[in-house]
Design a protein around this ligand. Structure first.
Ligand code: UTP
Length: 305
């Protein structure tokens, strides 16, 4: 149902997918989900859950795979640790340790076989029910200074249907992403209409350089479409394929895109992960000054040789 009231957002639930194999990070991810890798001193997944909460979605379902215990434990109380920190009088760390346990109303479901992002989203069907909902990829970080999800929720409230986050990438990298064909000019929220989607197209066939990034607001009709979606690229059930059908047919409402121009960190890729850690460490008030001084020296003296 379309509405012009951007202030009325029907979305209350977020689904965060963390069930992938994380093969690019092996062997680190043999026994630990990649979403638990630290970005300085906080695991990537915590940034993502905090982002959902900041957008007003504090009912968060994590779709987990093997090794889910580390994630569940991170978002749980750790009485022994808390008692030890309290005894030492380390109240600052105590606060940070407790924070992750009260962050949101967290739920968990298992994907079982990691049969693709579309399949992971389908695992959320029972929890989500008949409401529109957000999907956040657990290894994809959006800088809190550049809120994206809030805009996407506003777009969904205005137009109904589904909303996909897009980002311009260099043309020769579009084959690494889902790619969107759009129509028309952006409205005042920056929303464009998506008319086609294709998962990881060859560069020569890509309809644009607009890549799908890891944020979605979806109509619950996507579950019916996913149930009928055959495995696609890589033998996986692709969310992009289901959204393509919705965009082309118009069933379950329009599919809009929001072109994001802010800071995004793809922590599932080793090079991007390293850049993220360096950048966020350099910006930290506590570590930044010392780290930046060392980094400048390292770059000019060691790498400059
Ligand atoms: P990726 O495409 O990064 O795949 O998944 P991956 O398996 O996690 O990592 P690599 O490529 O082997 O290194 C994107 C997002 O979708 C989730 C992942 O956890 C990540 O958040 N995902 C992917 C699932 O939850 N289940 C799947 O079957 C596949």
């Amino acid at each position: 149902m379309a509405t012009d009231q951007t202030s009325v957002r029907p979305v209350t639930k977020a689904v965060v997918t963390v069930a992938g194999l994380g093969t690019r990070f092996l062997p680190a991810t043999k026994a630990t989900p990649k979403e638990m890798l630290p970005i300085v001193d906080k695991p990537a997944i915590q940034y993502v859950v905090e982002e959902a909460v900041a957008a007003g979605l504090d009912d968060v379902l994590l779709v987990t795979g093997r090794n889910k215990n580390a994630i569940e434990n991170h978002f749980d109380r750790n009485w022994e640790l808390e008692a030890a920190l309290e005894a030492k009088g380390d109240l600052e760390r105590l606060k940070r340790v407790r924070e992750s346990a009260v962050i949101a109303d967290l739920h968990y479901t298992r994907q079982g076989d990691p049969r693709g992002l579309g399949h992971a989203v389908l695992c959320a069907a029972r929890h989500v029910g008949q409401e529109p909902f957000a999907v956040l990829l657990g290894d994809d970080l959006i800088d809190e200074r550049d809120p994206l999800l809030t805009t996407m929720l506003d777009v969904q409230a205005r137009h109904g249907g589904s909303v996909v986050a897009l980002m311009q990438v260099p043309r020769d990298q579009i084959n690494l992403y889902g790619c969107a064909a759009i129509e028309g000019e952006p409205d005042d929220l920056g929303a464009v209409t998506i008319v086609d989607l294709v998962e990881k197209p060859p560069v020569a066939d890509a309809p644009s350089n607009l890549a799908i990034i890891g944020r979605y607001v979806l109509d619950p009709g996507v579950f019916d479409v996913l149930r009928e979606t055959d495995p696609g690229r890589g033998g996986e059930i692709q969310l992009t394929d289901a959204l393509r059908r919705m965009a082309v047919s118009g069933e379950h409402g329009p599919v809009h895109g929001v072109v994001f121009t802010g800071r995004r960190y793809d922590t599932g890729d080793r090079l991007e992960y390293l850049k993220t850690v360096v950048r966020l460490a350099a910006e930290r008030a506590d570590l930044g000054p010392d780290f930046s001084t060392w980094l400048k020296g390292y770059v000019t003296e060691e790498l400059g040789r």
